[in-house]
Design a protein around this ligand. Structure first.
Ligand SMILES: [Zn+2]
Length: 257
């Protein structure tokens, strides 16, 4: 309410697992804003816009069954037999999104540079959907249609690569904070809940706001200036092994043209 200590959220929310994660995402924005509020006005922002979207999700990755038990939301921690279901659900949310997260701004950047002419707006959109998502429209589309406009961020002129970047950063942050907290075992079972040192590391980075180039903010948490998607592979490794088995002998993928 006053850009400092009074954090509130107004949101239509249901008491379920999905909204429990969403509230972490949204509060991530608010705690980030609070962390950098002492910065000069122009630096009151995230290191880059992907950081702002990644913050709450990084915390939400610590919402493991053990964590839910610790905070009294479930009575019994389910066994590892539920891990594949859990990881598949997470992958449908985080991995299946990435092709779309990439193509929205790819389309927009080509429009802004003039590479894509107004007469080809819709055609260029579907070419990207086919290339990255492997989908084609359910019926004939033409330039009388403007399908990109159905995505809020296009008419709303909101950059979109931030969500793609966030899905990489959050696993990178999470892996580092898990290492910081001394986690042993598969990455997806880690919760750094209650770890003061991990929290301080994240908090110090948030407090930098936009005062330093983003690779330095990344380094403050992860020890590297390079964006690195290998934490995603590590997190989903058990699922990848399972999927490889399910897909044995199947043709995976599609022709882009
Ligand atoms: Zn957000």
């Amino acid at each position: 309410m006053e850009n400092s200590q009074d954090l509130r959220i107004k949101m239509c929310i249901k008491i379920n697992a999905e909204d429990f994660v969403t509230i972490h995402h949204e509060l991530g924005h608010n705690y980030y804003q609070r962390a950098y509020e002492k910065q000069p006005y122009l630096f009151r922002g995230s290191a880059n816009d992907g950081f702002h979207e990644a913050l709450g999700d990084t915390i939400a990755l610590s919402v493991t069954p053990e964590y839910l038990k610790t905070v009294g939301l479930i009575d019994k921690v389910p066994g590892p037999e539920g891990d594949i279901d859990f990881l598949l659900q997470k992958a449908l949310e985080k991995i299946a999104f990435q092709p779309f997260g990439l193509l929205v701004d790819k389309w927009r950047w080509d429009v802004f540079t003039g590479k894509t002419k107004p007469a080809d707006y819709n055609k260029a959109w579907w070419a990207l959907v086919r290339k990255y998502q492997g989908m084609k429209p359910g019926n004939e589309r033409s330039e009388n249609d403007f399908d990109p406009g159905a995505k809020y961020h296009i008419p709303g002129n909101t950059p979109y690569a931030r969500y793609f970047l966030a899905n990489v950063y959050q696993f990178q942050f999470y892996r580092s904070l898990c290492a910081q907290s001394g986690h042993k075992g598969p990455l997806h079972t880690c919760s750094f809940y209650g770890d003061k040192a991990a929290g301080k590391k994240l908090g110090d980075m948030m407090a930098m706001g936009a005062s330093r180039p983003w690779p330095e903010a990344l380094e403050a948490v992860t020890g590297t200036k390079e964006m690195d998607a290998t934490a995603i592979l590590e997190y989903f490794a058990p699922l990848k092994a399972w999927l490889d088995k399910q897909n044995k002998g199947q043709q995976v993928g599609w022709k882009a043209e």
